[in-house]
Write a protein that binds this ligand. Sequence first.
Ligand code: PMP
Ligand code: GLN
Length: 386
Amino acid sequence: MKSANAIISKQGTTIFSVMSALAAEHGAINLGQGYPDGEGPEDLRQAAARYIMEGPNQYPPMAGMPRLRQVIAAHDARFYGIDIEWQTETLVTSGATEALAASFMGLLNLGDEVVVIEPVYDSYRPIIEAMGATVRPVRLQPPDWTLDKGEFASAFGVKTKLLVLNSPMNPIGKVFSRDELSFIAETVLEHDAYVVCDEVYEHLVFGVEHIPLMTLPGMAERCVRIGSAGKTFSVTGWKVGLVSAQAPLMSALAKAHQFITFTTPPALQLAVADGLEKEDAFFNQLALDLNCKKKRLASGLMAAGFDILPAAGTYFLNADISPLGFAGSDIDFCKHITLQAGVTAIPLSAFYADQAQAPTHLVRFCFCKDYTMLDEAVDRLKRHFG
Ligand code: PMP
Ligand code: GLN
């Protein structure tokens, strides 16, 4: 038999699926994979159901339902002062995951280099490499995760085609500051690169401002900005990605999108349009609620003996397991607490390419769960670690 694609076939199952399966098998509280435990806002679900009944249910336009695309442009103007034209500069994809894949397929050629920032979300590398491009990781160091400007700049070279910038950043909850973004913008301009901005957690920030790189001088024509309705409306299974980019870049992406999924379910697109038109209070409340949950889990984990790392956004909190005196790696630890304490987390080393050089003392907990679940998880960990 001939072999399958060399890059894709060497990938394992994602750490999120692995840990969710292990949690289910052992009846553990799953603070691993990032998803809220509720069903999402009732009005949006009712709207989606109504749109399914009323239609349309046939193929919507390739770039997305016009109403949602108008709303994406209005959203970007309202929250960030971004000026884009809905007909040529917005795109709806099947999740941010598809927008990322379409960006890599639409922009990369064989031999290009792509700078990513580690610890890095897992879906970027396989597609980048499948396009024949090479990943150049730049590492942030715990516990404060500040960007080393020298290291960052030295990852760029003549072959650099693009940077993937994820802010707020999964898995560490870092939100890049204006100072860091200014340096990033300068470096990108100097190397004539593009930036794929993964901003799926744009509305999940705690007391800090999320600044799209696209709003910095010289960046508008170089950035693809990607949002996710799954995150903004706590419905991760909906898979509606929201993309903004200036027309020449968008046209490159749309050419990939037309052959990956071509479209996304129209009823979900219309419900998401309703959601994006919600008052500011909705978005503020989402962040406030999550921040309270983050604080609740952080203080619980501290009481259970963990050290907590700073996190200003996302669904995730990272904990240092060293004070617990556990003999083993982060991977061993996550398996151990799933089986022995009934709580599941994600080992941070999963977000590094070079396992030998990855930190092995950090684990990621997801806090977008109801308080009873967070409290029960903490109680179980306290009981287990005495
Ligand atoms: N990027 C990051 C950093 C994420 O955490 C996620 C969430 N899984 C995605 C992209 C994918 O988003 P979506 O579910 O909309 O495809
Ligand atoms: N983004 C989610 C997380 O980091 C997982 C998404 C997935 O399972 N692919 O937990």
